[in-house]
Design a protein around this ligand. Structure first.
Ligand code: DX5
Ligand code: ZN
Length: 218
């Protein structure tokens, strides 16, 4: 299914009202929920782990898309699978054995995602394509929400779309996606758009319709 899906990053949610925040974005029509897991080692920031994913799972029916910015990744895959992740995405740059890690996600019967930092050529994914259900092109350097979109990644999305051919692989774009950059990535071939600040800005659990309008704008 190549229709455009909007995946709000809960990194930009109000953590003090977490349950209500994720219920609000689901009610306002998001397609997936994107969970950014950071370890203070692979990326210079810390966020959350499997217990939070498990708590989210109880609140929503939507696809839970877990983006692991952690190294090593292998020791944690089972815990994220058990916590109810539907898609588990790991970084090509996070270890020497990405092929093994993607296979491990498949063995856990989850959708396997491969994320590529802006400095990694998409051609590096070629030997791994048959193990991928999704490839995430980072359009910022991972670690923080609210960063500026890296325009040179548009050409990489286009090249990846050509490499993928007719394989059933989603192209996800993560970082700086807003109403001005969304059409560019969609036109280049992306079909899953992650957005943190562009979904949560100006809204709140008391004003959830703002989230709906932000999702519609994307
Ligand atoms: C960055 C994360 C993103 C980020 C997106 O490391 O992977 O998911 O939260 O945030 P925005 O949409 O604000 O750039
Ligand atoms: Zn992310």
């Amino acid at each position: 299914d190549r229709s455009i899906k909007i995946a709000p990053s809960i990194l930009s949610a109000d953590f003090a009202n977490f349950g209500q925040e994720i219920e609000a974005i689901e009610a306002q029509g998001c397609d997936w929920v994107h969970v950014d897991v950071m370890d203070g080692h692979f990326v210079p920031n810390l966020t959350f782990g499997p217990p939070l994913c498990k708590a989210i799972r109880k609140h929503i029916k939507t696809v839970m898309d877990v983006h692991l910015m952690i190294a090593p990744v292998d020791p944690y895959l089972e815990a994220f699978a058990e916590a109810g992740a539907d898609v588990i995405t790991l970084h090509l740059e996070a270890g020497a054995h990405t092929h093994r890690s993607l296979q491990a996600v498949r063995d856990l019967e989850k959708k396997a995602g491969l994320a590529l930092n802006p400095g990694t050529p998409v051609e590096a994914a070629l030997p791994l394509l048959d193990l991928c259900d999704l490839i995430c092109i980072m359009t910022v350097n991972p670690g923080f929400g609210g960063q500026k979109f890296i325009h040179s990644q548009i050409d990489q999305i286009r090249r990846l779309r050509a490499l993928i051919g007719d394989r059933p692989i989603h192209i996800e774009v993560d970082g700086g996606v807003d109403p001005s950059t969304a059409p560019l990535v969609a036109e280049a071939g992306a079909d899953v758009l992650v957005a943190g600040s562009a979904v949560f800005r100006n809204g709140s659990v008391d004003q959830p319709s703002v989230y709906g309008a932000n999702i519609q704008a994307l």
